[in-house]
Ligand binder design. Sequence first.
Ligand code: BV8
Length: 223
Amino acid sequence: MSDLLTLARWIKESRYTVALTGAGMSTESGLPDFRSPSGWWHNIDPRTVASVEALEADYPLFHQFYSARIRALADSKPHRGLLQGVATQNVDGFHQQANQQRVHELHGSIRKVRCHSCERQADVESFLTGQACPACAGRLRPGVVLFGETLPEGAWSQALTDLRSAELTVVVGTSLQVYPVAQLPSMTPGRVVMLNLERTEQDERFDLVLSGKAGELLQQLNS
Ligand code: BV8
C-alpha cells in the first residue's frame, strides 16, 4: 500500500487527529519559509533580526525585516487542509483564514502589533509607517515570539493537551529546528506522520514520512 493510502487509512481510524505545522505549510500560499534556499534567513543568523537583542540594538533593521514580512501577507492567501486541530509555529494566521478550528499559535501572530515597552496594542499600519507607541513613545513590534522570549502559556498548554490526547499527529512543513516546539512530536502517545519537502533530523522517529509539497499531498488526501 502506498504511504499516502496508509496515511488516509490512519486518518480515518483516528478519533483525534492533530497537526503540528511550520512555514512549509504556507510556501504554496506564496510566503517564503525560513531555512530553505529561498527562505527569509537562509544566509543570515535569525538572531540578528528576530530576537529581543535585535529589536533593542538595531531597531531600523528589525523594523525593515518585519515590515517586509507583513507586506508579503498581502500577496498571499491560504490553501485548505483537512485538519481538525492545529498547533502552529506560523505567525501568518492562514489556518484561521482557512476556517480551521482550534488553532494554537505557538509563535504568536504577525498580524497583531504592540508596544515593546508598555505592551499596549497598536494597529499594524502604525508599525508599518514607523510610528512610536502613542502612549509611551516606546518601540512598536509585531506580536511574534522572538528568540529569547517565552512561548504564550495558553497556546503551549492547549497544544500539549491536544497532542497528549491525539491518536494521530501530522507534522507538516517544518524543519523542527526551533525549541521548544521541536520537542512536541515526542510528547504525543499516538502515531506521528511527517509530511515535508526535505528530510529532517527527527525523521527516524516518525511512524511514516511522506516527502512532497504539503498543499498537494493534503489535496490528494481530501479527494
Ligand atoms: C524559548 C520569530 C524559553 C518569529 C522565530 C533547546 C536547545 C537549543 C536551543 C534552544 C533550546 N530551547 C530554547 C532554545 C533557544 C531558541 C532556539 O530554539 N534556538 C534554536 C534555533 C537552536 N528558542 C527560543 O528562543 C524560544 N524561546 O525557548 O523560551 C526561554 C527564554 C529565555 C531564556 C531561557 C528560556 C523562542 C523561539 C521563537 C522562535 N521565533 N522567529 C518570526 O519572525 O516569525 S523562529 C522561526 O522558526 C519562525 O517563527 C518559525 O515559525 C520557526 C520554525 O521554522 P519552520 O516553520 O520549521 O520553518 P523552516 O524554514 O525552518 O522549515 C520549513 C520546512 O518546510 C523545510 O524543511 C522545507 O523543506 C519545508 N517545506 C517548504 N515548503 C514546503 C515544505 N514542506 C512541505 N510542503 C511545502 N510546500
